[in-house]
Write a protein that binds this ligand. Structure first.
Ligand SMILES: [Zn+2]
Length: 368
C-alpha cells in the first residue's frame, strides 16, 4: 500500500520527566537522498522509555520517546536502494531498523567492529524534537530513518506484535546469548522474566541449552515462562540458600554454565555469580542506569575462573539474527502474546502508567 504524504504528522511529545505527554503536530517533508520516511505501524514501550520518562536516564526534552518501532515506507531517498540483507526496498514495505544511527568514520566501528558504541552514536527516541527533522521517535505517526541506520524488510507473515520488539529487546538478547556462549547441553539461569528474559530463555533453548532456569518475583511472569522455554521457575524471595541449593542440585556437579542478568537490580549480581560453575559466564544486560554499585568478592572471580561481561546495544548482524530467529521459532514460542496491551497515540499516558505498574508485559502504541 503506497500512500500520499500529508503535510504534518502527530507525535506524543515528552516535555519533561514525569510531566504529561502532549500531542503535537510536526511538519512532514520529502526524505533527503539518504533518509527514509516511514509511517509508524507500532511502537512498544521499552523499560528504558520508562526510565527516560521517570527521569532516571538523561534524555533531551522536549523529545519523542520510543525506539522499538516498525513502520511502512512512505518515501525513500535514492541512496537507500536496499536493506541490510541486500533486499530491495520500496514504498509500502514494512521495515524494522537498528535503534541507533551513526554516520562517518569511527574507530569503534571500523577497527573494533562495534558500531553500536561509536562516541556520539544517536538513538531513536532519545533526540530533541526541536531540531529538524523532529520526528525521530516511535510514539508518533511518522519517523525519519537517518543515514547510518541498518534497515531490514519484514516478511508479511510476521505480525506487528512479533516484529516490533525485534530492534531493541530481541536483538539485544541475541547479543547476550552469543556472549554467554550457550551451546548444546548448556545450563542457563535467567535472572528476570520480563520480555528480555523470556526471549533470552527461548533463544537459549534454540541454541541447544538442556536446562533453562528462570527467576522472577512476579507470579504472572513465572506462569508465562514455561511457554518460552523456561524449564524451572523460581521465586527469588525464597530463602537465599534454598534458591542456591535448588539450582546447584539441578546444575550438577558444579553450577550453571551461564547466568544472565536482565533485572536492572544490582543486588542480584552477587547471587548470580554464586550460581556459576567454575569457568562459567555471567552476562549483565539489565543494569543500564549509572550508579549500579555492588560488592563482590573478586577473589572468587579469579579463583573460579569466571567471566563477567556487559552487553549494551548490539551489532547490526544481531538484528538480522533476531528477525530470523523469530521467523523460525514463532510456532514454537508464542512471541505474539508478549505485546499484551495496545493503545492509540492519544492514550499514551495510560500506556505508560500500565507499563510502569507492570499491568502489561509490553504496551504498544498503534498510532493509526
Ligand atoms: Zn529498548
Amino acid at each position: 500500500m503506497v500512500e500520499k504524504m500529508p503535510n504534518t504528522g502527530r507525535a506524543a511529545v515528552f516535555p519533561a520527566p514525569n510531566a504529561p505527554f502532549s500531542i503535537q503536530e510536526f511538519p512532514l517533508r520529502e526524505p533527503r537522498s539518504d533518509e527514509v520516511l516511514v509511517r509508524v505501524s507500532m511502537a512498544t514501550i521499552c523499560r528504558s522509555d520508562l526510565h527516560s520518562y521517570q527521569g532516571l536516564r538523561p534524555t533531551p526534552c522536549p523529545g519523542i520517546l520510543g525506539h522499538e518501532i516498525i513502520g511502512r515506507i512512505v518515501a525513500l531517498g535514492s541512496e537507500i536502494p536496499c536493506d541490510l540483507r541486500g533486499d530491495p526496498l520500496e514504498p509500502g514495505d514494512r521495515v524494522t531498523w537498528t535503534e541507533y544511527f551513526y554516520s562517518g568514520n569511527c574507530y569503534h566501528r571500523d577497527v573494533l567492529d562495534m558500531p553500536q558504541k561509536c562516541p556520539g552514536v544517536q538513538k531513536y527516541g532519545h533526540e530533541s524534537a526541536l531540531q529538524e527533522p523532529h520526528l525521530l521517535g516511535g510514539f508518533a505517526d511518522y519517523c525519519y530513518i537517518q543515514p547510518g541506520t541498518g534497515i531490514l524488510r519484514l516478511p508479511e507473515e510476521l505480525s506487528d506484535e512479533e516484529a516490533t520488539p525485534l530492534n531493541c529487546g530481541v536483538a539485544t538478547m541475541v547479543a547476550v546469548t552469543e556472549t554467554a556462549h550457550i551451546t548444546l547441553g548448556s545450563t542457563v539461569v535467567v535472572q528476570g522474566l520480563g520480555l528480555l528474559g523470556l526471549y533470552g530463555a527461548a533463544m537459549a533453548k534454540a541454541r541447544g541449552a538442556r536446562l533453562v532456569i528462570g527467576i522472577d518475583p512476579v507470579a504472572p511472569r513465572r506462569n508465562l515462562a514455561g511457554q518460552f522455554g523456561v524449564d524451572v521457575v523460581l521465586d527469588p524471595r525464597a530463602a537465599p540458600h534454598r534458591l542456591e541449593d535448588r539450582i546447584m542440585s539441578l546444575c550438577r556437579p558444579d553450577g550453571a554454565d551461564a547466568v544472565i542478568e536482565v533485572t536492572g537490580i544490582p543486588e542480584v549480581i552477587p547471587v548470580g555469580l554464586g550460581l556459576l560453575r567454575t569457568g562459567g559466564r555471567y552476562i549483565l544486560a539489565g543494569v543500564v542506569n549509572p550508579g549500579a554499585m555492588i560488592t563482590i568478592d573478586a577473589n572468587q572471580i579469579l579463583r573460579r575462573c569466571l567471566t563477567l561481561s556487559g552487553v549494551h546495544n548490539y551489532h547490526p548482524r544481531h538484528l538480522l539474527q533476531a528477525l530470523d530467529f523469530v521467523v523460525a521459532n514463532r510456532e514454537r514460542f508464542p512471541f505474539r502474546n508478549l505485546v499484551d496491551g495496545k493503545y492509540p497515540l492519544e492514550r499514551i499516558q495510560d500506556a505508560f502508567e500500565d507499563a510502569a505498574e507492570r499491568r502489561v508485559l509490553r504496551a504498544a502504541i498503534v498510532p493509526f
